[in-house]
Design a protein around this ligand. Structure first.
Ligand code: NAP
Length: 296
């Protein structure tokens, strides 16, 4: 098990956690699982409107499905779709036996209540793990379909043998899709977890205590070198579009002090997609009865 590295001088650059390579391995495992299932597995993707970033994410998810033998059913309603029309689409997908998993790409237009749409997805098809029933199971320590980004992060930490039991973990960000679920997963591994957010006092003081630091904010380079304990494992979830391309929430010079660091791009992003595929197979097992789904 990997302990936090002691501070050395001269500084040893962080080992980069290769999410791209790890995700390729996971996709290979999922492809085997899909073959073994012996029944078609399908993911419905719903992309509302024309947000270019969302379009890229959905395209990547569909490409990954094709690679592992999961059929994708794509829906692209206009941004003007009403909440009721979108609900009707979700109900249609719930009833469609070819559809194993349903993914409604967020964010949705302002006139649509995201919570209502997510709640309309059948929990057993909720491969994003955002439905309150699945999120609630996670809070009770009985995970079902768990949000893909936090699941992918945990798989990456396991692959790099990051010791979590008793470790001090700090999660910056408290969203329902990343911050809260990753905090719960770290807690389930017996880390001592703090969740920071925009009102946190003395954020650098808190982050410097972390053996494992997860940045899920959406502010380019906001975690700087002086905020990181030497040898810490730093997970960068942020995706920020700047002039030079896509960067994370972690500043480049953090690599001078961190022990392990997930790069952007090539870290959490590919693991998120791989975990979505894993969830889709898990949903298929729930639906076939091979796994018992505790939510009825
Ligand atoms: P979000 O819903 O906007 O949440 C951002 C969180 O950051 C909030 O809890 C906010 O605090 C906190 N925050 C904002 N400014 C802060 C500050 N100055 N100090 C401390 N905390 C601050 O975002 P999200 O959906 O969790 O996503 C976070 C980032 O991860 C984004 O860049 C997103 O694109 C990226 N992401 C990546 C993947 C992937 O696959 N790689 C997946 C999902 C998201 P308050 O709650 O107090 O406002």
């Amino acid at each position: 098990m990997r302990e936090a590295r002691p501070c050395t001088f001269p500084a040893v650059p962080a080992t980069l956690m290769d999410g791209k390579a790890l995700a390729a391995r996971v996709r290979g495992e999922v492809a085997d699982d899909v073959r073994e299932l012996g029944r078609p597995v399908g993911l419905a993707t719903v992309l509302v409107g024309e947000d270019p970033a969302s379009a890229i994410y959905v395209r990547r998810k569909r490409e990954a499905c094709a690679e592992v033998g999961i059929e994708s059913f794509h829906h692209e309603p206009p941004a003007s779709i009403s909440e009721d029309e979108l609900l009707a689409l979700v109900h249609e997908l719930n009833a469609d036996e070819r559809v194993t998993g349903i993914l409604v790409q967020l964010p949705l237009p302002d006139h649509v209540d995201e919570g209502r749409i997510i709640q309309a997805i059948a929990p057993v098809k909720d491969v994003d793990g955002f439905h309150p029933a699945n999120a609630g199971m996670l809070t009770q320590g009985r995970p079902t379909l768990v949000a893909a980004t936090p699941s992918g992060i945990m798989e990456m930490l396991r692959a790099y043998e990051v010791g979590l039991e008793g470790a001090r973990a700090v999660v910056v960000g408290r969203s329902n899709i990343v911050g809260k679920p990753i905090a719960l997963l770290l807690l389930a591994e017996s880390a001592t977890v703090s969740i920071a957010h925009s009102r946190t006092r003395d954020l650098p003081g808190l982050t410097r205590e972390a053996d494992v630091l997860v940045a899920a904010v959406g502010r380019a380079g906001m975690i700087t070198k002086d905020m990181v304990r030497p040898g810490a494992t730093v997970v960068d979830v942020g995706i920020n579009r700047v002039e030079s391309g896509v960067v994370g929430d972690v500043a480049p010079d953090v690599a001078e002090v961190a022990g392990l660091l997930s790069p952007v791009p090539g870290g959490v992003g590919p693991m998120t997609i791989a975990s979505l595929l894993r969830n889709t197979v898990k949903a298929a097992r729930y639906q076939s009865g091979a796994l018992a789904f505790p939510l009825g």
